[in-house]
Design a binder for this molecule. Structure first.
Ligand code: ATP
Ligand code: MG
Length: 649
């Protein structure tokens, strides 16, 4: 991998909240005395109804795992994201809504308007009998009502669980039942990329498998026809007009759950991750401000969907807690064409932009002509999250979008962590393409020897990534299954939170995520992360995307099986296979030479765009009977094609 280093530019260092010396000083303070560090931050960043007297009370011991922060503090999350801003920024735009169709005008929703909409939505929920602690499923497109619904729950102390609007009725029903939701909030239909998903009829189908008591609140967004079940279905917008425009906030304990969110399902059955009110919000606020070097007045755009944790923390809670203007985009990067992201940045003068490697690779494959002609000069910071970013994609982002001048923050974190864990800070951290760099404040990553679980103290090393102590944004439990929480995260390596990912640490103490531990392959006794081979393949000019897995090999133990998607217009051929093999040999070494290469018109991905390597592994192993949970797969037909064309079947 490339080890080129990009120090932050002088003008960025000058204006940034944090420079390198401050980072080092604050980091040291945050880990040596977390009570003082987080106590100060919590008082500074949040409004408390009752101040906390205790900061941290956490235990990672198997059988006794318990995570509490600010446990006797009382606050309300919606108050912190809306009400407290009204006196100073009531007329400032809180949310810019950019619809799927670029011809439909954007909306600018001020903090005053947000306050009224959220209060009305909260009163609708109260009228439906939703009480403190009740679960509310939100199955909505990326429209302002999704934000209103989340904040309305926070306002009255209900627990929301957002289900991505691309999920099927089955996946929706599983989640409604798992958390025993009282209410589902959905919309008639959802426009996305010029197509419409029938959300209401999906919900009808899902509710056939749920208790009759579940109420269905419908946002009439497009006005498309839907079936209507009297006494169960409620027209939310009409109801919002009838209820009072004000709704007092409910005082909540810092440890009361704010939401449940199911993980992407890349590795198996999704887990109902529970996040807290106080610690989570604090962590959302500090990471949004410092990782993106957000300044008052900036326009912040996180291009994720609110169905993922990234959308929770960096579209809604982080930016709004900080009084920011946050952009909500209903569409997709490739509609009407592959220039949409750049159009939106130009149109709304976006200052910070946050997306995923899967989107960057797709736009890279489409070519740079789509970037040309759009004024991207408002941009100050670029971010990425979701998967290891291949240096090739990093460089493309840097050259074409950042014009070689902007800091790129490659943020490693998880649904479980609530916010960024390992990430550069724009004015402080020299970046290296493909490395998430250094820990955020209060985060103590360690590299463990995979079999013994011993912590490795040498700086330059490789192993599994674990975290030594708690941070405020940490998940508190798996909903309804604390034992699964302990077993999943605390049982493999005693005393640590185990993230499931592998990493290497270089001589500068930089972390390089090598992918999931399950994705490490062992070729003739050499352990390697599949991400490394994938990055080498993607660095070839004809390759758009690649996924690499191991498969049983008589001689080597494991062989290297590569699924390769070519750039638009490139023809697959045996010569090209040879060329790619040689290419990887020279890029990494003969040990990494691909044994089998299969052309893949598409790769199996989760709905959040992550490659599902566990399915590719099964195909490579010729074991199609046991593909496992495929409910979060975006396009199941991709799998059939790959099985059909498997090498050496
Ligand atoms: P499940 O836990 O259900 O298998 P998931 O792990 O895909 O699903 P998420 O919480 O959405 O669920 O994803 C977190 C994972 O994404 C991390 O553990 C890591 O593997 C990967 N990831 C996220 N950001 C980065 C990054 N910047 N670099 C490398 N990997 C990343
Ligand atoms: Mg995970």
């Amino acid at each position: 991998m490339t080890d080129q280093t990009y120090p932050p530019a002088a003008d960025i260092v000058k204006n940034a909240h944090i420079d390198i010396a401050t980072y080092e000083k604050m980091y040291e303070a945050s880990v040596s005395d977390p009570d003082t560090f987080w106590g100060d931050e919590a008082r500074k960043r949040l409004d408390w109804i009752e101040p906390f007297t205790k900061v941290k009370d956490t235990n990672f011991t198997l059988g006794e795992v318990s995570i509490k922060w600010f446990e006797d503090g009382v606050l309300n999350v919606a108050h912190n994201c809306i009400d407290r801003h009204l006196a100073t920024r009531g007329d400032q735009t809180a949310i810019i809504f950019e619809p799927d169709d670029p011809e439909t005008p954007a909306q600018h929703i001020t903090y005053n308007e947000l306050h009224e909409k959220v209060s009305r939505m909260a009163n609708v929920l109260l009228a439906q009998g939703v009480m403190r602690g009740d679960r509310v499923i939100i199955y909505l497109p990326m429209i302002p009502e999704a934000a209103y619904a989340m904040l309305a729950c926070a306002r009255i102390g209900a627990i929301h669980s957002v289900v991505f609007a691309g999920f099927s009725p089955d996946a929706l029903a599983n989640r409604i039942n798992d958390c025993q939701a009282k209410v589902v909030i959905t919309a008639d239909t959802a426009p996305r990329g010029g197509k419409r998903t029938a959300l209401k009829s999906n919900t009808d189908a899902a509710l056939l498998h749920c208790s009759d008591k579940v109420r269905c609140l419908v946002v009439k967004h497009t006005g498309d026809q839907t079936t209507w079940i009297e006494d169960r279905d409620v027209d939310v917008k009409a109801m919002m007009e009838q209820v009072a425009p004000d709704c007092p906030v409910r005082p909540m304990n810092a440890e009361d759950p704010l939401f449940i969110l199911y993980t992407s399902g890349s590795t198996g059955k999704p887990k109902g991750v529970v996040h807290s009110s106080g610690g989570y919000l604090l962590y959302a606020s500090i990471t949004q401000e410092l990782t993106f070097d957000y300044h008052d007045g900036d326009v912040f755009w996180c291009g994720a969907d609110v169905g993922w944790v990234t959308g929770h923390t960096y579209i809604i809670y982080g930016p709004l807690a900080n009084g920011a203007t946050t952009l909500m985009f209903e569409g997709v990067p490739t509609y009407p064409d592959a220039s949409r992201f750049w159009q939106v940045i130009d149109k709304h003068k976006v200052n910070q932009f946050y997306t995923a490697p899967t989107a960057i690779r797709a736009l890279m494959g489409a070519g740079t002509s789509f970037v040309e002609g759009h004024d991207l000069s408002s941009l100050k910071v670029l971010g990425t999250v979701g998967e290891p970013i291949n240096p090739e994609a990093w460089n493309w982002y840097n050259d074409n979008i950042g014009k070689g001048k902007l800091p790129i923050v490659d943020t490693w974190w998880q649904t479980e962590t609530g916010g960024h864990m390992i990430t550069p800070l724009p004015g402080a951290t020299p970046t290296k393409p493909g490395s998430a760099t250094k820990p955020f404040f209060g985060v103590q990553p360690v590299v463990l020897e995979p079999t013994s679980g011993e912590e490795i103290h040498e700086t330059k090393t490789e192993g599994v990534l674990a975290i030594k102590d708690s941070w405020p944004g940490q998940m508190r439990t798996v909903y309804g299954d604390h034992e699964r929480f302990e077993k999943t995260y605390f049982s493999d390596y005693k005393g640590y939170y185990f993230a499931g990912d592998g990493c290497r640490r270089d001589e500068d103490g930089y972390y390089w995520i090598t992918g999931r531990v399950d994705d490490v392959i062992n070729v003739s006794g050499h352990r390697m992360g599949t991400a490394e081979v994938e990055s080498a393949l993607v660095a070839h000019s004809k390759v758009a995307e690649a996924a690499v897995v191991g498969y049983p090999h008589d001689v080597k133990g494991q062989g290297i099986y590569c699924y390769v998607t070519l750039m638009n217009g490139e023809e697959p051929s045996d010569d090209l296979k040879k060329e790619l093999r040689n290419w990887v040999r020279t890029e990494i070494g003969p040990i990494a030479s691909p044994d089998l290469i299969q052309w893949a018109p598409g790769l199996p991905k989760t709905r959040s765009g992550k490659i599902m390597r566990r399915i590719l592994r099964k195909i490579a192993e010729n074991d199609y009977g046991a593909l496992g949970d495929t409910s979060t797969l975006a396009d199941p037909s991709v799998v059939d094609d790959l099985i059909e064309n498997r090498m050496n079947k």
